[in-house]
Design a protein around this ligand. Structure first.
Ligand code: TXA
Ligand code: MG
Length: 345
């Protein structure tokens, strides 16, 4: 049985010393960040990192992010850092932002899946940062979930699938953001978003003047297509039930379409904003938040996706959101959860 500690509403993180020791000794620690929970191990220890892949059932060609607590750690694991890359780190760290940098030899191949780059992030979550400081090494950590499932944003959602596979659980309550970090690689001087998150294209544009959104973020990827980030290829965030995403900028049109389609099924479930829920006469409804509060929707969406299978619906219809700010990240996750079953009208 793994050790467990609850660390909500405290500023005394000295109890994390033990978890830091476990990381140092090659163990696995489940811990909160401001985005989602991470499944952490010593990022410089090949055997420890191997345990992450086994616990998650993760494909070996999908690289991990190294989490750091200061810039000294960055200079050990990354090299040839450009001015633009520095500016991005200085601006968005600590925070929900990951940057792909050229790696040094100290980083084991298993972390980067053999690539010559490494994803690096300095989280703003106090628990995460304290844990990295006590561990005194960069912590490799993917989102805490079995591969393919929605990422965990609280311990009770993931306890069943990860209990028995980790040495220590640090419970910090609900994650603040609810979606994983923005992943950026600077290509020919242009910050290119490989995975959208809370740090939006608009935020990056403001600081650097240019930004590019990788074309694969909102579209299907062919099996043999070359992508900049291996994680883009995989089935993700998906409930077992069949899901369908519907969006129109015209709210009335969207509601009508959802009403129409839901009538074709015997046990439909609709996930919608609170304002629209009253329009749906369906067996099951889940409300993901207020229409204009995208931060609230982001925080709830993985939790809501985890609930749907228990209703045994024959269809899950999900309302899309506008593509602005964190809305792009919400749509990116929803499109994948629906395995590209997406109607835009
Ligand atoms: O918010 C987050 O980023 C969370 C928390 C725990 O920090 N972590 C997370 O890790 O979401 P993971 O492993 O679930 O997703 C990492 C993503 C994957 O899509 C992976 O393919 C991509 O980052 N990635 C990692 N290293 C990369 C590299 N060197 N080049 C391109 N993509 C990379
Ligand atoms: Mg993940």
């Amino acid at each position: 049985m793994e050790k467990y500690i609850y660390l909500k509403n405290t500023t005394d993180y000295s109890k994390l010393k033990v978890a830091g020791e476990i990381i140092k000794q090659g163990g696995l620690v489940l811990f909160p960040t401001e985005t989602v929970y991470g499944l952490g191990a010593n990022g410089l220890d090949e055997d420890a990192v191997k345990k992450i892949y086994i616990a998650k059932g993760r494909k070996q060609d999908n690289p991990l992010i190294l989490h750091v607590s200061n810039f000294d750690m960055v200079s050990k694991i990354a090299k040839d850092i450009s001015d633009i890359e520095y500016t991005l780190m200085k601006t968005f760290w600590p925070g929900p932002f990951t940057i792909i940098l050229n790696r040094t030899k100290i980083v084991p191949d298993i972390v980067t899946a053999g690539l010559d780059t490494v994803g690096v992030r300095m989280p703003s979550g106090e628990i995460a940062r304290a844990l990295i400081s006590y561990a005194e090494v960069p912590i490799a950590a993917p989102s805490a979930n079995i591969s393919g499932r929605p990422s965990g944003t609280n311990v009770s959602d993931i306890f069943e699938e990860l209990s028995g596979k980790v040495d220590y659980i640090v419970d910090g309550g609900e994650c603040e953001v609810g979606l994983e970090s923005t992943v950026v690689r600077v290509v020919d001087g242009v910050p290119t978003i490989l995975r959208p998150g809370k740090i939006s294209p608009e935020d990056i544009q403001k600081v650097i003047g240019v930004v590019k959104i990788d074309e694969h973020i909102l579209k299907n990827i062919e099996p043999d297509e070359k992508v900049l980030s291996p994680g883009m290829k995989y089935r993700h965030y998906a409930p077992k039930s069949q899901c369908l995403l519907i969006y129109s900028e015209d709210n009335e049109k969207m509601v009508k379409k959802i009403q129409e389609i839901s009538k074709e099924y015997t046990n439909p479930l609709v996930i919608s904003c609170i304002e629209n829920a009253k329009y749906y006469e369906v067996n099951h409804k889940i409300i993901y938040g207020a229409k204009e509060n995208l931060n609230e929707i982001a925080q709830n969406i993985f939790k809501d996706l985890r609930k749907v299978d228990s209703f045994h619906p024959d269809i899950v219809i999900i309302e899309g959101v506008k593509n602005q700010g964190i809305g792009l990240a919400i749509m990116n996750r929803l499109i994948r959860a629906c395995e590209y079953h997406y109607i835009k009208i």
